[in-house]
Design a protein around this ligand. Structure first.
Ligand code: NAD
Length: 311
């Protein structure tokens, strides 16, 4: 496994990392034992960054992850969790200082750890930006100074939110998702401004939350029909060449040199092994070219959060 420095932090993160949302049965009902074995396998094979949130499975993912991490030396993994998002509706977001502080304490309790390495504000495009910049981010800064978290950042879907954040606040890293994948690589356009400031980049969802898998996207996927259809064509194209689309999707997403780590989610111990082994091999550029062509003229971006926060 290759490790890369995350921005200006002292964290050396594995190039492929583990996203724990599937432990909350977000994509399908999972077996807890399989989920725990998946986490152990990932760590045994060199994955050292694990990401979770109280939102995933409405605290279930953190609870199952806490069981998996029990007994594992704390220096074996870098842990990130989030605060601010607790459900799918606007009413389920709370970026107040009071909530962030209690949320972190509850997360630590479920995870069975004394502290997390990174605390993110979760999906800031659903928040009031004035509160994000004047209350929530100063709260994260204070938590960092108090030693409760080592590093801080924000997550979200619209790229505009990240550019705005690094203009207004001092953060260590961002967690972006679905914007550097086979169907949409627009994250690349804003990467130089993050490199310039030493803000680390973690990319999530190399399969686009299931779009680029043989099983396809879950029902709740926000992508439009044209995008779903084009992804199905890509799946068939790969099948016709005897290739698993998830392999190409993963290898493509992790290939950008300025992305420190790419989070992939699974609760299947067999799939985590495949993912880690695939990550060691180079991507088939000719196939990537063919797949990328399928997305010419397809609207690949979906709305997320308040209209004024969209790209
Ligand atoms: P992903 O692209 O990693 O896809 C997960 C899906 O792919 C699941 O259905 C999983 O079963 C399937 N999959 C994984 N490996 C497979 C394999 N080898 N073969 C077949 N199917 C396979 O999307 P994700 O889980 O949403 O993203 C990864 C992680 O990134 C999340 O768990 C979460 O930690 C983080 N994330 C954060 C945000 C945010 O902060 N807003 C958003 C999205 C993701």
């Amino acid at each position: 496994m290759e490790y890369r420095k995350l921005g200006k932090t002292d964290l050396n993160v594995s190039r492929l990392s583990y996203g724990a949302s599937p432990l909350g049965s977000v994509f399908r009902d999972i077996s807890e034992d399989d989920g725990i074995r998946t986490v152990h396998t990932a760590i045994d094979m060199g994955v050292n960054l694990i990401d979770v949130s109280p939102y995933y499975g409405l605290t279930k993912a953190e609870t199952v992850l806490g069981k998996a991490l029990k007994g594992i030396p704390r220096d074996k993994y870098i842990l990130s969790t989030k605060a601010g998002r607790y459900g799918a509706e606007y009413a389920d977001f709370d970026f107040s200082e009071k909530k962030i502080r209690s949320s972190l304490d509850e997360s630590l309790n479920r995870l069975g750890v004394d502290g997390v390495d990174i605390l993110f504000l979760h999906d800031i495009e659903f928040g009031n930006l004035e509160q994000i910049f004047n209350e929530a981010l100063p709260c994260l800064q204070a938590l960092k100074q108090e030693g409760k978290v080592r590093y801080i950042g924000v997550t979200g879907y619209p790229l505009k939110m990240f550019s705005e954040t690094i203009k207004q606040a001092d953060i260590d890293c961002i967690l972006t998702y679905c914007r550097y994948a086979l169907y949409d690589n627009s994250l690349a356009n804003i990467i130089p401004s993050f490199e310039e400031k030493g803000v680390g980049i973690i990319n999530a969802s190399p399969t686009g939350m299931g779009l680029l898998t043989n099983r396809g996207a879950p029902e709740w996927h926000p992508g439009n029909q044209q995008l779903l259809d084009a992804c199905q064509k890509a799946v068939k194209l790969c099948q016709s060449q005897g290739v698993d689309i998830t392999e190409v999707a993963l290898q493509y997403a992790i290939d950008h040199p300025a992305i420190s780590s790419t989070l992939v989610g699974t609760a299947n111990p067999v799939n985590i092994v495949k993912n880690i082994e695939w990550a060691e091999k180079p991507v088939n550029q000719a196939l990537v070219k063919e797949i990328r062509k399928l997305f010419d003229n397809v609207p690949v971006v979906w709305p997320s959060g308040y209209p004024e926060n969209q790209d």
